[in-house]
Ligand binder design. Sequence first.
Ligand code: SAH
Length: 219
Amino acid sequence: MSDEDHQDSPAERKMRFLFQLRSRGVTDPRVLAAMERIDRGIFVRGQFADRAYDDTPLPIPCGQTISQPSVVGLMTQALNPGPRDTVLEVGTGSGYQAAVLAGLCRRVYTVDRHRRLVQEAEAIFHDLGLPNITAQVADGSRGLPDQAPFDRILVTAAAEDPPGPLLAQLKIGGIMVVPVGQSDAVQTLIRVTRSETGFDYDELRQVRFVPLVEGLGQT
Ligand code: SAH
């Protein structure tokens, strides 16, 4: 979508960004409003900055990726967080998804195994004035037992199966959205809903995420 001869104004860029989201199935007005408020350009730096408003995943430090905006929108829509909810995000990455969630719920806990990513995301949350996000270095495959249980859990890295500790940290009535499958193949985004008696699983769509890796990163 980038047009090298023509510089969009910020307003045009935003309209095009939102149009793209809608045309790819992001229709929940609350999600669209939350994504309108958070400028993805702040989370993408260096050589890829000029592609921040394209509907494409982009590289970020530590060999990771910021997800495609329409996938962020569709996952947020499937998660359906309420204004009083406490949400755990596993995989802070750039911090973009957490910032979008922060506009839709009471509190977001976001964890990443890379310290550098957590520190850079925290600085952005501070600059944007988003006090309801707590970012932490942790192995998210174990969840965040000190803050559990959660109303909603969003995993933004692919697991072979929904991790047991995350299922255990979901409230009854809670929803978890997680990509599952082998890391080097196409994965399936699933929504897990916890009921009084167990877990219900819905398959949503095919996606491609970096793998959920156990343990902490070197940087
Ligand atoms: N949600 C991010 C994109 C995440 S990319 C965004 O909006 O930009 C996936 C992230 O998951 C990477 O940053 C990776 O470091 C992290 N990750 C992978 N395994 C993890 C684990 N076990 N615990 C915490 N974070 C993990």
